[in-house]
Design a protein around this ligand. Structure first.
Ligand code: PGA
Ligand code: ZN
Length: 554
């Protein structure tokens, strides 16, 4: 307004009559004012004069309205109900200025007791609405918040995993909605896994992922931007852009981080829980907790990579977690007493890494811990042998003893007799479908024979294994195949064949808990999520505890 000419509609009730007249006298000097208010201190029906004053503003007869009344509270509330009126109750020049600048208020409401009423009125009338642009931008954002149905951006960056190596984190946006997801990384990765793209060279001991990050930013993002946030459809675009069976062009670390961020984004946009978008099983898995680490995950001489605790007798996931945690604690005490404090250092997946070589000792130790914790009746044991790394020539070597495949199967059978084993993962090398089948025939009715490096979450390999009855359970690791859709398809195939599904972390992890939601969505029997220690492991336990709480509250 800048001090220019304005027409002002002025009104008051009997309580504000005196102040109104004061303002009228003041404004008349500079402005064209029409007094719609009372002409004396007689009681009037206040909606009536308020309406007339506000009407003048709405109809354009006046640019501004000024209302003076008792406390002003009731007045501003009722005036604001009139379409086209934005009434602000102002008590100082500063609030008057803000009401104009930010809200574009067109009716000033003053309480009859207001000091500096003339000054406040001046500031109100002379402050232009400077926030028009911001206002429009805000409205646009609000509109986007309501319907962010298209992918506005996909970006990636290098972050660290739990071994201090770089990994890909993807960030997906739809309007103002953002999700993050990070790729995990295996140490004992199978040779048939999709390609994990690393930079090589000196930087980060060759493990940099800047190429993978660039592939997200400059190849995937332009192909996906603007498309509907339909994760399955976006996964198909990723697959066709990569165009190789093993994600050789883009890198499976780039594709899986992107895919996970996109699935998360769809869940967010649709207001669904992630597990509900991933499948409708809504079943809590039993944790498969790696309590003693060996193989490539620990600096000890244990040949088998993982000694797992399976609290299969627990009725809920939270009870299972309790059993895992209490047994882990008991085990710590036992190790400390027997081998000294150094034996309680932990390996990559949070399990203890005692200086042992004897392959049976960890099974004895965990059984003892179970007894001590009082949970022996509720739990079974499991092994991940990661046997590709035990194969030397034609024989498997454990504790420096060589076993031909048949003898190795007998060895497993003897372990299953001696201990409450319910689970053996990768008992033979990654291409030994026949050897797997031999063991499944021997022990499959009682134990889960789980294919990890053998199957690499790859539907073709799973079909081969189903045909040859090579195992009876799938280890499902999304980053082995590179998109969530393909991982879900692997899970579906396994279930259809009557197999169990074990959704699994990797030895290199981040705090991303995506796999917890996959486990619940696909109805996995087990979630292999490490020991109940280290943030990147507990993030999965904690996510599952939250999901169970949600499911039980229904
Ligand atoms: P990895 O180990 O993540 O190092 O491959 C996990 C497993 O073998 O199950
Ligand atoms: Zn494994």
């Amino acid at each position: 307004m800048g001090g220019g000419w304005v027409r002002i509609a002025l009104g008051s009730d009997h309580a504000g009559f005196e102040l109104k007249n004061k303002i009228l006298a003041y404004l008349k000097k500079k402005h064209d004012v029409h007094d719609y208010g009372t002409h004396g201190a007689e009681p009037v029906d206040y909606p009536d004069y308020a309406l007339r004053t506000c009407d003048a503003v709405v109809s354009g007869a006046a640019v501004f309205g000024v209302l003076v009344c008792g406390t002003g509270v009731g007045m501003s509330v009722s005036a604001n109900k009139i379409k086209g009126v934005r009434a602000a109750l102002c008590a100082s020049p500063e609030t008057a200025k803000q009401s104009r600048e930010h809200v574009d208020a067109n009716v000033l409401v003053l309480a009859s007791s207001t000091k500096d009423a003339e000054k406040i009125t001046d500031v109100f009338l002379n402050t232009p609405f400077t926030q028009a642009e911001r206002h429009v931008r805000r409205l646009r954002k609000v509109a986007e918040l309501e319907a962010p149905s298209r992918l506005s951006s996909l970006r990636a960056r290098e972050v660290l995993d739990s071994r201090g190596a770089p990994t890909v984190e993807a960030e997906a946006w739809a309007g103002q909605w953002r999700t993050l997801a990070a790729a995990p990384s295996g140490a004992s990765a199978g040779v048939h896994e999709a390609l994990e793209l690393r930079d090589g060279g000196k930087r980060y001991f060759g493990k940099g992922v800047t190429k993978a990050v660039r592939n997200v930013n400059s190849i995937l993002s332009p192909s996906l931007r603007g498309k509907h946030v339909d994760a399955r459809a976006l996964d198909s675009v990723i697959l066709s852009v990569d165009g190789t069976p093993n994600k050789q062009r883009i890198g499976a670390n780039a594709t899986i981080a992107s895919s996970m961020a996109l699935w998360r984004l769809q869940a967010l946009v649709e207001g669904k829980a992630l597990y509900a978008l991933l499948g409708d099983a809504r079943r809590m898995p039993c944790p498969a907790a790696n309590l003693i680490n060996g193989g490539m995950h620990a600096g000890n001489d244990l040949d088998f990579q993982e000694y797992l605790l399976l609290p299969v007798g627990a009725r809920t996931f939270s009870e299972a977690t309790e059993i895992v945690s209490e047994t882990y604690r008991a085990l710590k005490g036992i190790l400390e007493k027997k081998y000294g404090r150094g034996a309680t250092n932990v390996g990559d997946e949070g399990g203890f890494a005692p200086p042992l070589k004897d392959a049976e000792a960890p099974l004895e130790l965990i059984s003892k811990a179970l007894d001590e914790a009082g949970h022996a009746k509720k739990a079974k044991l499991g092994l991940d042998c990661a046997a590709s790394r035990l194969l030397k020539g034609n024989a498997y070597v454990v504790e420096s003893k060589k076993y031909a495949p048949d003898a190795f199967a007998d060895y497993y059978a003897s372990l299953a007799k001696k201990f409450p084993l319910a689970y053996i993962e990768d008992p033979f090398a990654e291409d030994a479908f026949g050897e797997f089948a031999m063991l499944t025939k021997m022990l499959g009715s009682k134990l889960s024979i789980v294919g990890d490096d053998l199957l690499v979450t790859n539907t073709e390999r799973i079909k081969t294994a189903i045909m040859g009855s090579a195992c009876n359970a799938l280890l499902l690791k999304p980053n082995q195949i590179g998109t969530v859709s393909e991982a879900l398809e692997a899970g579906r195939l396994a279930k259809e064949a009557g197999w169990k599904v074990v959704v699994s972390h990797r030895s290199g992890e981040t705090d991303d808990s995506f796999i917890a939601d996959i486990a619940v969505g696909v109805g996995a029997e087990f979630a292999k999520i490490g020991a109940p220690a280290r943030g990147e492991r507990t993030s999965k336990y904690n996510r599952l505890l939250r999901i169970e709480e949600q499911l039980l509250a229904r």
